[in-house]
Ligand binder design. Sequence first.
Ligand code: ATP
Ligand code: MG
Length: 575
Amino acid sequence: MGNNILIKFIKDHKFSYIIGIIFMLLASYIQTLFPKVLGYTIDILQTNGFNPKSVYINLVYIVLIAIGTFVCTYAWRNLVIGNSRRLECHFREKLFDHFQKLSPEFYNRRKTGDLIAYAINDINAVRMTFGPATSMAINGMVVCVISIYSMANTINWKLTLLSLLPVPFIICIMFYIGNIVKKHFRKVQETFAAISDRVQENITGIRVIKAYVQEDGEVKKFQKLNDQMLEANLNMVRVSAYLAPLIELCFTISFVLNLIWGGNMVLNGSISLGGFIAFNGYLAMILAPVLSIGQVITIFQRGMASLDRLNEIFNVKPHVKDGESRAEFPAQSTIIITELSFSYPGSDSEALSNINLVIPTGKTLGIIGKTGSGKTTLVNLLLKMYNVEPNKIAFNEIDINDFKLDALRNGFGFVPQDNFLFNASIAENIKFFKNIYSEEEVVNAARNSCVYQNIMDLPDEFETILGERGVNISGGQKQRISIARALIKNPEILVFDDALSAVDTVTEAEILKNLRKVRKNKTSIIVAHRISAVMEADEIIVLEKGKISERGTHLELLEKEGLYHEIYKFQFGAS
Ligand SMILES: Nc1ncnc2c1ncn2[C@@H]1O[C@H](COP(=O)(O)OP(=O)(O)OP(=O)(O)O)[C@@H](O)[C@H]1O
Ligand SMILES: [Mg+2]
């Protein structure tokens, strides 16, 4: 998948790549003219009674070579390096898009910091490969081929071969070292991911850390990871540090051999001084690309390691399968749950077992039960946050799996147990960045969730920017803003997963009263721990270890004298 993205991008941008590469070839070619012109000029200067005009012409050539190299290099860098930046942007967009599609289960398993590392480091490594490294490689090859050819042409093949004797060794060394670097780089990326994860988790949990005076402990844990990263980096440097000096050493040998033999040839007059200088100019010209082969190989190795990592992520399929046939959620739908059992992926115990339930349209269902009894699991399955087996959940007799996921979820207004506010204004949080709602609707939603007055007391009212995760307002206010977000949708089915847990009983009663008004003919599901939140519901189910242990209206359940009655007695202090 990652490879496909890459190939498609290159295909889509083939013209700019081709033109860029043509300019690159031109730039490399023009560059290699320099030693030749320099050699000519020196030979002219050496002849007795030379014509100054021919020296001037050669000087003009040198200036033209510089200008030509400048123009062509500018053009190819803009095209090829520009494309690598576009590739980076494109890749990141695709990755983000992919992240949006993956199921909650994926995020249960993966660490946030790790995922951030993919989006930043790995994509950057891929960019480096398909931009700077590729161009260095092409440029290097052209310069080498032309230089070697010119060396042989200006002097002879023997001296050329002798001077280039160390090159094959250099290349072998570089491949060998490059391979080791690749392994170390993977380790570096992994430790980076661990560090970014640590930082992310630490910042998110900073309030808990402070409350438990764990700052020093956190710093120690961080130091350990940081040391690991240093170690991984040093391991890489220890190997890669060999590259440049080894190559320079080899080249020094080249120059020595060449000076001995070539110098003799100049002395005995078999070649001109200008020719010898041109020859050395070419040899020096080869030095740069050969030196950069090391860098190119390292960047390529890193890029490939990162592309492998990205491929692994791109190959993760969304766990929850999208339905195909239904693009609309039915209005006035009755929810029918038949023999529904569910285990979380990777767990052998059932979080829900054999649930049978009918929620007629327009009715309110209350769900009550001890913690861990399966309440959240049940409502999450209604929104198909996990795969649901066929014929277990239906809306108006249409199986849940027939719906397109977005159609299904658009039918719901969901206030999750761990509600989340974005770092944006309150109004934007309620509208959820959709501009389809009027100001009046926003105000009404806030009034119905009993948070209007709180908002009006804030300095910028609805325009108050909430800090990250809504940290600058109280827990109860946060929860009620989340309720307003669900109410403004006026959804077919409203689901509160313990959404009244952080409000006082008086406000709870008021919100419930408002709900009865605005949800008159629409279905609502209220999960709660407090009896007071569900007692007015048309039907209440009591969940115990994933099973429905009791069901009925408030009065019926009280008569049964089961768990519901027990909770009631405990909460109301009466029998
Ligand atoms: N992502 C998960 N992976 C594996 N098991 C899970 C996962 N989420 C919940 N469980 C397990 O499923 C069972 C039901 O959990 P659930 O969250 O539905 O309980 P709950 O009734 O909503 O509890 P609470 O009142 O505390 O919110 C629990 O035993 C829990 O350990
Ligand atoms: Mg829950």
